[in-house]
Design a protein around this ligand. Structure first.
Ligand SMILES: [Zn+2]
Length: 270
């Protein structure tokens, strides 16, 4: 592409989007990604020749001066991997967090993902509890979405069902998951509600739709989606008249052995 460092950066993004597509979690136009660039990474993209400014409905001062790589609205991940510059872009947040400039990519008047409100609010809130958070990823993990159709939409029960499928689930998802009621996607409301959940968990499940995940790296975010979907797949496959799973006391044993501290509402250690 332009320079070897930028090529390397995009290799990781392209790998992730390609994997999501092949796993069937980013079909057609589904799936979107935002990545908070470090200062060094931002420099790779230069100053940009033409800036397009977009004003936010509500300012996000927590993101003032930050820069993000974002995927484009309506761009299939299947095509993104072939032409990343066309289907992604870099945005610079204004110094008051009230607007952003598109400074790179998104060629041909493309716009950032329609889920940008959820991404930006997610970065703002997740950044409070984990300043090293860099990624917000949205996709449609098939088994997890299927599970929202058959499992009660109760956050605690849902988390416990996922944890009970595999001894390593509670280790992979120690914070549990956040679960929203169904709501219209692409809106400020789902962004605000998801961001609220991000104060406590890095995985927010949108029933009958998909998941919004935060992570310190692309790999961390992807790994979380893999663990959640694997647990959901196992849960679905093991539906039947005879049911056995990891019991509450056994979850406590796992938490003690690996010194993890799940939120008390999901599992009290006492
Ligand atoms: Zn979606």
């Amino acid at each position: 592409m332009m320079n070897p460092q930028l090529d390397r950066f995009f290799e990781a993004v392209v790998d992730l989007c390609g994997d999501l597509y092949r796993l069937g979690w980013a079909e057609n136009h589904a799936g979107n990604l935002s990545y908070r660039l470090s200062e060094d990474e931002r420099r790779l993209f230069g100053e940009g020749d033409q800036r397009r400014t977009v004003t936010l409905d509500e300012p996000l001062p927590a993101l003032a001066g930050e820069s993000f790589l974002v995927t484009s609205a309506g761009s299939p991940f299947r095509l993104l991997v072939k032409e990343p510059r066309r289907h992604t872009g870099v945005i610079d947040m204004a110094s008051d967090g009230g607007s952003y400039d598109i400074v790179w990519g998104l060629i041909g008047d493309r716009r950032p993902t329609s889920e940008l409100p959820a991404h930006l609010r997610g970065h703002a809130e997740r950044g409070v509890v984990d300043p090293e958070n860099r990624v917000v990823l949205h996709c449609h993990p098939t088994h997890l979405v299927a599970m929202t159709h058959v499992h009660p939409l109760d956050e605690v029960a849902f988390t416990r069902a996922l944890w009970a499928t595999n001894s390593e689930s509670i280790l992979a998802i120690p914070e549990g998951i956040g679960l929203l009621p169904w709501m219209v996607c692409g809106t400020d409301t789902i962004g605000i509600e998801s961001a609220r959940k991000f104060r406590e968990v890095s995985v927010v499940v949108w029933p009958y739709h998909g998941v919004l995940v935060g992570g310190r790296s692309l790999q961390a975010a992807m790994g979380m989606v893999e663990s959640v979907d694997k647990a959901a797949e196992t849960w679905l496959l093991s539906r039947g008249p005879e049911q056995h799973a990891i019991e509450e006391d056994q979850l406590r044993e796992l938490a003690e052995e690996f010194d993890i501290h799940p939120p008390a509402r999901f599992l009290s250690r006492s």
